[in-house]
Design a protein. Sequence first.
Length: 191
Amino acid sequence: MSARRILLLGAPGAGKGTQAERLCKTLGVPHVSTGDMLRAAVAAETAVGKRAKAVMEAGQLVSDEIVIALCEERLSEPDARGGFILDGFPRNLVQAEALDELLVALGAPLERCLAVHVESEELVQRLLKRAELEGRVDDNEETIRVRMRVYEAETEPLLSYYRSRDLLREIAGAGSIEEIARRIEEALGRP
Ligand code: AMP
């Protein structure tokens, strides 16, 4: 596995967070999740948290300006110099272009985009289960459907964006956590 600057792409519930954490341990690079950063900001009641709270609860996207600034700050920290796993950013084309610019400025372009695919009814079931276990405010059925629609409209176009740059590798997201992790490692091993 040579790539260390990696983006995980996938619908809500596709298992990106779980796989990102595993991969971070294997590669020894930080997990950069804008969702986690935003949830921390909401919990700490910072200015960003106050602006993001209602939008997140509704399942909509927080403004590009906020998430681009969060990502820029995080990727500029010293521990991200040796690589990173991006999870949940970028979520639209404006963010993808901002990320490209930032990484060019840092002299460290993205090396791989891994897209984890899971069938949409399975995603809804997984998220409802997570709602019971974790109690995330945006894991209720109505908000889940909104998040799916937002993903299809805003984030799915990124598949062709990264495919056209020859960075995309697609992963079947069905099966156990270990099975998916193996597919990811295989995809990272391939040139
Ligand atoms: P996640 O944990 O990645 O599913 O993110 C949870 C919520 O945080 C999303 O539904 C959005 O409201 C917000 N969010 C996280 N990342 C982004 C992003 N890159 N752009 C806009 N909103 C985001």
